[in-house]
Write a protein that binds this ligand. Structure first.
Ligand SMILES: *[C@@H]1O[C@H](CO)[C@@H](O)[C@H](O)[C@H]1NC(C)=O
Ligand SMILES: *[C@@H]1O[C@H](CO)[C@@H](O)[C@H](O)[C@H]1NC(C)=O
Ligand SMILES: *[C@@H]1O[C@H](CO)[C@@H](O)[C@H](O)[C@H]1NC(C)=O
Ligand SMILES: *[C@@H]1O[C@H](CO)[C@@H](O)[C@H](O)[C@H]1NC(C)=O
Ligand SMILES: *[C@@H]1O[C@H](CO)[C@@H](O)[C@H](O)[C@H]1NC(C)=O
Ligand SMILES: *[C@@H]1O[C@H](CO)[C@@H](O)[C@H](O)[C@H]1NC(C)=O
Ligand SMILES: *[C@@H]1O[C@H](CO)[C@@H](O)[C@H](O)[C@H]1NC(C)=O
Length: 426
């Protein structure tokens, strides 16, 4: 009797479920909010120097950093997408070759995939979750953690799928695609798309602590394809978003760039006053906003030919339109654009005014003057490299860590907006 009734009930429910795609979404993640530390990459103890930081940005977005000028749009007249073309090495002609290069990711967070641990770089400026894998030559793996699909009981290959994320100078990664259980901050997403590198550029090989990236931009930027067309896979954030208390992740960075990413919650004790919310334009796949005003000290300016701006946790600097950077450094005694170094430098004892950049129409994100310096340029520490730099006409403003150290930022995937709160003065 009981069994029959249960059976009936079960059948009845099954019928409903089949008949109407009823949205009974049962959450299967273990927590509705969680934190992930962002640690200093110990294999990169000296950190990035200024020119390296500039070079990394130009690489990442495929811009040509020809000595000092140059920069051109790609074929489609847009910088917006990592290329998904066949492997084709772009000739890297012009970088400032005399300077030592340091390609290491500065900050890493722990991630578990199919029971194996990795140190990955969380990047709100891209959308691929890729890792070193045992498909790579042993020499390339060296001391990296490499994902071994044969040792994971939960791994499934996505037949025919491949990925290739490549930057302007040919650096990047490529390989095959599968799904597996991915755990970040104690929360597991089953069947998360993971990309297994079977080729990585030398810069990734040399960065011995970074085992890959976790892309946190919108899923349409994902580079997975079936050989003929794009078949973008969902990011980790896209997969957990609806199971969180709030569909957000936040970046809370300390002055040294370490800090915490928190998913599902906005910790109001980390910033002053109310959070300002600004809608993003997600059509490019980036966390993109308008930013057509800026201020230097107490004076506000209009940036007439303003490029779009994106919020990018994978970039160190605040890269603004060239005219904005020029206006800023006009207010800094002794500042100059140094072609040799590759950016604006100034005497380390200069007084730096505060800088603010518009986030949408309604919010000015302020960076105190004493948080602008990025690094020293010389051994004696007399010349400093600014954390605010010009984009040399590349057509995009990229707001990286320099901004996140001064502002607590929430990335809201639910209503596609960015929340900004000013961090307490230090
Ligand atoms: C890159 O271009 C330069 C100048 O055109 C050329 O001399 C060099 O051989 C090229 N390098 C590669 C790897 O194609
Ligand atoms: C950075 O990458 C370039 C090109 O791949 C390489 O020549 C250089 O040695 C690397 N620098 C470091 C510090 O890994
Ligand atoms: C929840 O479980 C279902 C079925 O096992 C799976 O398809 C889905 O990806 C899981 N969702 C998350 C967020 O892990
Ligand atoms: C987005 O969501 C946040 C948090 O729930 C809310 O405060 C904000 O007003 C929303 N913003 C927009 C642009 O809809
Ligand atoms: C959003 O961005 C795209 C690409 O950058 C642009 O074409 C479009 O006009 C933008 N939409 C709005 C509403 O600004
Ligand atoms: C900015 O304005 C405040 C208040 O009006 C004033 O105290 C401060 O000196 C001004 N700062 C600069 C750099 O002009
Ligand atoms: C320059 O700064 C670095 C890092 O703070 C420090 O280790 C070094 O001793 C300084 N050099 C001089 C000459 O002050």
């Amino acid at each position: 009797m009981t069994t029959l009734r249960l059976l009936f009930l079960f059948t009845f429910l099954a019928t409903i479920t089949l008949a109407v795609p009823f949205p009974v979404r049962k959450s299967n993640i273990s927590k509705r909010s969680f934190k992930v530390p962002r640690n200093l990459n110990t294999a990169n103890p000296r950190g990035l120097n200024g020119p390296d930081a500039m070079r990394k940005i130009f690489r990442k977005y495929g811009w040509v950093h020809g000595g000092f000028i140059a920069i051109n749009k790609d074929e489609e007249g847009s910088f917006l997408r990592p290329k998904v073309t066949a492997a084709k090495e772009t000739n890297d002609t012009g970088t400032v070759a005399a300077l030592p290069e340091d390609n290491a990711s500065q900050f890493l967070s722990p991630v578990e995939i199919g029971g194996q641990m990795f140190n990955l770089d969380f990047d709100s400026g891209s959308s691929d979750l890729w890792v070193f894998s045992t498909d790579l030559p042993e020499k390339a793996i060296a001391s990296h953690a490499a994902f071994d699909a044969s040792k994971s009981t939960t791994f499934k290959k996505l037949e025919g799928a491949q990925f290739q994320i490549s930057y302007g100078d040919g650096s990047g990664a490529a390989g095959t695609v599968g799904t597996d259980a991915v755990t970040i901050g104690g929360v597991t997403v089953q069947n998360q798309a993971i990309e297994l590198a079977n080729a990585v550029s030398r810069s990734f090989v040399e960065d011995t602590n970074t085992d890959g990236l976790v892309g946190l931009a919108f899923s349409n930027l994902n580079t997975v394809n079936d050989g003929t067309q794009k078949t973008p896979q969902k990011t980790f954030f896209d997969n957990v978003m609806n199971d969180l208390d709030l569909p957000v992740f936040t970046a809370d960075l300390d002055p040294d760039g370490t800090g915490v990413y928190e998913f599902g919650k906005i910790d109001a004790s980390k910033f002053q006053g109310e959070m300002a919310w600004i809608p993003v334009n997600a059509s490019s796949g980036f966390w993109q906003i308008d930013s057509a005003k800026f201020s230097v000290g107490n004076e506000t300016f209009t940036n007439r030919a303003a490029s779009k701006a994106i919020a990018d946790t994978g970039t160190s600097l605040l890269l603004v339109d060239q005219a904005v950077a020029e206006t800023y450094y006009q207010q800094v005694q002794g500042a100059q654009l140094d072609a040799q170094v590759g950016g604006f430098v100034y005497p380390c004892d200069a007084q730096l005014p505060d800088m603010a950049v518009a986030i949408g129409d309604s919010y000015m994100a302020r960076i105190p003057g004493n948080q602008i310096t990025f690094a020293t340029v010389d051994e004696a520490n007399t010349t400093c490299f600014g954390g605010v730099q010009g984009n040399m006409g590349s057509g995009m403003q990229i707001y990286g860590d320099v901004l996140f150290k001064a502002q607590f930022v929430a990335f809201n995937g639910g209503n596609q907006s960015l929340g900004f709160g000013e961090k307490p003065p230090r």
